[in-house]
Design a binder for this molecule. Sequence first.
Ligand SMILES: [Zn+2]
Length: 183
Amino acid sequence: MAEDRTKIPTPLRREVLEEAGYACAIPVCRIATVEIAHIEPWSKVKEHTFDNLIALCPNHHTLYDVEKKIPKASVLRYKANLAVLNGRYSDLERRVLEDAVAQRYGMANGMPVPPDPGMRQWTVHRGMGLLLSHLLKDGLIRKGLGPSGGLRVGHQEMEHTYVLTPKGIEFVRQWQDAEPLLE
Ligand SMILES: [Zn+2]
C-alpha cells in the first residue's frame, strides 16, 4: 500500500472491536478478530469514523474489500444490527443468539448439526435467568422442559432450559440474512 494512510486511533479501534465483541461482525462467522474494515473504502473517505468501521475476520475482510463478494448494503446492515443487539441484549443473550445462528447454519461448537435452530436448547443456572430477561420479554425465547425436566434439588429447580420461539427463529434468520432487526 503506497498511499499515505493514517492508522486508526487506538481508542477508536477498541470501540469498533468492542462493538462486535472482538469477533467478525458477520453472524455466521463470529470468529475472533482484531481486524477492522472500512465500509466505504479508505481510498474514498480518507478518514476513520466509527460509523464507517466494522470488525471483520481476515477472510471476510478480503471477500468484502478486495473480492467484492459481500454487498455493502449487507455490511451496513450487520453494523446497524450490532447496535440493536448491543443496545438491547446482555452478553449472555447475544451468545444465545449467536449460538442459534450457528445452529441455523448447521454448525455448533465447530461440529455439523441439523440446521434447525428450533432444536437448540440452552440450560442455565436458575440465578442466570435474569440475564436472559430481554429475550424472554421480546418473546424470542421461552422456557422449555429440558432433557431431564430440569435438575432438581429438593423441590427447587436449579437449572432452567430455554428454547427459541417461532419469533426467535425468525429473528435469527433476519440477523443472519442482514435484514433489519426489531423494526
Ligand atoms: Zn468472518
